[in-house]
Design a protein around this ligand. Structure first.
Ligand SMILES: [Zn+2]
Ligand SMILES: [Zn+2]
Ligand SMILES: [Zn+2]
Ligand SMILES: [Zn+2]
Length: 183
C-alpha cells in the first residue's frame, strides 16, 4: 500500500503512482515486463492472480527492486508528516521520512528521544511526558534482563554502554547496580 496522494504537494507524475493502490509507490519493485508497483501491492495481487495488472501478460513472481535512478527520483519527492493534523509542519523528502517519524517528530508520541531529565536513556516521547526517570530506568533494566545479557558480573562500563547512560552519573549507576540481577 503506497502513500496517500493527499500527503504530497501538487501533481505527482504518473510514473510514481502504483496502478494497484493508486497511491505514491512504497518500496517500488519492477516486473520482467518493466512495470513498477509497491512491493506489498503486487505481492497481494499475485497471491490471487498470475497476470500483470498493467499489460496483462502472464507473470510469475519474478520481481526485482526498481532501478536505482528511479528510486532516487522517488526518494526526492516531498511529503507532509503523518502528524500534520496535529500541527507538524515538517516537509520531508521520502528517504528522510522514516527518520523523522521515528526519531524527530515531536508530535508522534512513539518517536524516540534521549531523556534529558537525568536518566539519559532512549525512550518514547510519551514515556518522556508521562513517566519519571525511575520508570525509564526500570524499563531499560527490564530490557536488559529480557535480552538475558550477561548477568550480575557485568562490567560497569558495559552496563552504562547498554543503557546509554553516562559514566559520570553516580546515582543512576548505583541504582542500576543495585537493581542488576544477582547470580
Ligand atoms: Zn501500491
Ligand atoms: Zn506488465
Ligand atoms: Zn512530524
Ligand atoms: Zn528519564
Amino acid at each position: 500500500m503506497g502513500f496517500s496522494l493527499d500527503l504530497f504537494f501538487g501533481k505527482i507524475d504518473d510514473s510514481f503512482i502504483c496502478v494497484i493502490c493508486a497511491q505514491v509507490l512504497e518500496i517500488p519493485v519492477e516486473s520482467t515486463c518493466e512495470h513498477i508497483f509497491c512491493n506489498q501491492c503486487i505481492e497481494d495481487w499475485l497471491a490471487i492472480r498470475s497476470t500483470c495488472p498493467v499489460c496483462r501478460i502472464s507473470m510469475v513472481r519474478n520481481l526485482k527492486p526498481a532501478a536505482r535512478y528511479f528510486r532516487n527520483l522517488l526518494d526526492k519527492l516531498e511529503r507532509k508528516c503523518d502528524y500534520e493534523s496535529s500541527r507538524c509542519s515538517s516537509v520531508l523528502k521520502l528517504d528522510n521520512f522514516a527518520d523523522h517519524i521515528n526519531n524527530h517528530c515531536v508530535y508522534n508520541p512513539n518517536s524516540k528521544k534521549t531523556c534529558d531529565k537525568g536518566c539519559n536513556t532512549i525512550i518514547t516521547r510519551r514515556e518522556y511526558e508521562t513517566e519519571s526517570c525511575f520508570s525509564h530506568l526500570s524499563k531499560a533494566l527490564k530490557k536488559l534482563e529480557d535480552k538475558q545479557v550477561e548477568q550480575a558480573k557485568f562490567p560497569r562500563w558495559q552496563l552504562c554502554y547498554n543503557m546509554n547512560i553516562s559514566l559520570s552519573e553516580p546515582n543512576i549507576l548505583e541504582y542500576a547496580q543495585w537493581n542488576a540481577p544477582q547470580e
